[in-house]
Design a protein around this ligand. Structure first.
Ligand SMILES: Cc1cc2nc3c(=O)[nH]c(=O)nc-3n(C[C@H](O)[C@H](O)[C@H](O)COP(=O)(O)OP(=O)(O)OC[C@H]3O[C@@H](n4cnc5c(N)ncnc54)[C@H](O)[C@@H]3O)c2cc1C
Length: 485
């Protein structure tokens, strides 16, 4: 009988926990450690962030779901891993600090036989002075509560536009090393739609400020699409969408600082610029959540388990190489941690081996390099993959092989859908296969059959359907396991 502990109840951790509870024989335990009481379907935060959806439509309490599935839920944040046990016991364990009401601040050491680290990103607003909703001057859509505040500020901006005041709205990346450009692209598309619906688009300047050197890069070095035998690029596709909607793009930008109403940024040519704004939604750079690790004697072994970014090192090839020499097979397949065959890191929590988008430095030596995205679908697949490996180990012994799922074999989707309802929405939908380009298999790095960019009502339906299907799945309702990750 084994105890499995999952750190994080987001897309990857929650998926792992549901599959573990479904597949593990009685007597084994599954414990989820996560600081928030609610689950959040993050992709729909975009709609919350423009006021199209209330926060309650993207959140639900985890405790009743876990009670039904016989999963133990500790509302707590993990702080440290003892993969060899501590001086009292040889049992591997994790330190947690409780965050739930009644136990706030209480610490506990939780033993495990198998551990999944699915702690997602730390939102590193502090890396850019003045960035972010708490201490800065910009809003975010990374959490449901951030998105509610973004919607309020957007509404106030639209009111000022209605009163005849011209306004500048900026959407994009708050640092040169940000990832998740797809989310900013979705948000700018939605903001444009809201401004048009309110009849104030002509008075608004809408700017997309990004660390991407070219439009349509999305942190994955862009995509090639094929339409009736003709090839085009995601750069042309995105450029056309922006031109049609009058969205200005500022490319290759690293935001140095945000002050009240002013963004200070540097571009790849080394020039410094300022941009005055009335409303800005800028995403923060991501890092690991800051877990530490100790050996049995209490010596700090954090560097053995984690990359400097704070993400956990797994079965990837981390050998430093020039960008041109990186290969698809350098990407991890099993997500097993380095040195410990009972720990896995999935979703955003694992350390990518290298950039997918070509990293660049400005003429001043500032790194301006979109980090590799680890989007929802791959995160869910990784969570399931780790869960299946653990189930096989428990059922068939330690020789059972790991399950595999490389991002060089997995697809991803980004659907920028604006509007609500079944007849009035419109979406710019991109799918790519695989996420990590493999030039040894495909001349353009990706399978042209499954790498597409489309615009229209169909994509909007897909996004609405995904919203409802994924909430159904995450609630563990009838047939949830048949809905793909
Ligand atoms: C605005 C936005 C829109 C997006 N839209 C899309 C989209 O359209 N399509 C798509 O595929 N992807 C999209 N993504 C990306 C997608 O949300 C992520 O890929 C996905 O959530 C990653 O899953 P994860 O499990 O790694 O992290 P998360 O889902 O962020 O989960 C991390 C979990 O760990 C918990 N945690 C944090 N710290 C600790 C700790 N110390 N101990 C224990 N638990 C901890 C968190 O509370 C959370 O429960 C979007 C992202 C954003 C921000």
């Amino acid at each position: 009988m084994a105890d499995v502990v999952v750190l994080g109840a987001g897309v990857s951790g929650h998926t792992a926990a549901l599959h573990l509870s479904r597949l593990l024989p009685k007597g084994n335990t599954v414990t989820v450690v996560s600081p928030n009481a609610d689950w959040n379907w993050i992709p729909s935060n975009i709609w919350v962030g423009v006021g199209k959806m209330p926060a309650k439509s993207v959140l639900f309490p985890l405790e009743p779901v876990y009670r039904k599935k016989r999963i133990r839920f500790l509302q707590a944040a993990a702080t440290a891993i003892w993969p060899q046990g501590d001086d009292q016991s040889g049992r591997p364990s994790v330190d947690v600090v409780h965050t739930g009401s009644g136990r706030q601040g209480e610490t506990e050491r939780v033993g495990y036989d198998y551990l999944i680290n699915a702690t997602g990103p730390q939102l590193r607003f502090h890396m850019t002075s003045g960035l972010g909703p708490d201490e800065g001057h910009t809003v975010s859509v990374c959490t449901a509560s951030h998105a509610v505040e973004a919607a309020e500020q957007l509404k106030a901006t639209i009111e000022r536009l209605k009163a005849g005041e011209p306004q500048t709205l900026v959407v994009g990346m708050g640092h040169g090393t940000c990832t998740c450009e797809g989310a900013a692209f979705e948000y700018v598309f939605n903001v444009d739609h809201e401004l048009r619906e309110a009849g104030v688009r002509d008075r608004a300047r809408l700017v997309y400020l990004t660390n991407e050197a070219a439009l349509g890069d999305f942190g994955v070095d862009g995509m090639t699409f094929e339409e009736r035998g003709f090839q085009t690029t995601s750069e042309l596709w995105t450029g056309s969408l922006f031109r049609e909607r009058g969205v200005e793009a500022i490319l290759g930008a690293h935001v140095n600082a945000v002050e009240e109403g002013v963004i200070r940024y540097e571009t790849l040519d080394g020039e410094g610029h300022t941009l005055d704004f009335d409303f800005a939604m800028l995403l923060p750079p991501f890092g690991g959540v800051g877990l530490t690790a100790y050996d049995r004697g209490g010596a700090d072994i954090t560097e053995e388990l984690f990359a400097p970014s704070g993400f956990m090192k797994v079965d990837a090839d981390y050998t430093p190489k020039p960008y041109e020499e990186w290969r698809a097979e350098d990407w991890p397949k099993t997500y097993q941690a380095v040195g410990y065959d009972n720990i896995w890191a999935v979703g955003i929590a694992f350390a990518p081996p290298h950039q997918i988008s070509r990293p660049r430095t400005s003429a001043n030596g500032t790194l301006i390099a979109p980090a590799p995205p680890r989007t929802g679908m791959p995160s869910g697949v990784m969570g399931k993959t780790a869960a299946l490996s653990i189930v096989d180990r428990i059922k068939h012994g330690s020789a059972a092989p790991n399950h595999e799922a490389s991002m060089a074999d997995m697809g991803a989707a980004c659907v920028a859908s604006a509007g609500a309802g079944l007849r009035t929405g419109s979406a710019a939908a991109m799918t790519m296969m695989p996420v990590v380009p493999d030039y040894s298999r495909y001349p353009t790095g990706r399978d042209l059959k499954d790498t597409r960019g489309e615009i229209g009502l169909g994509g909007h339906w897909v996004k609405l359907m995904l919203h409802h299907l994924f909430l159904h799945k995450a609630k563990g309702r009838l047939g949830w396991q048949f809905i793909p990750e």
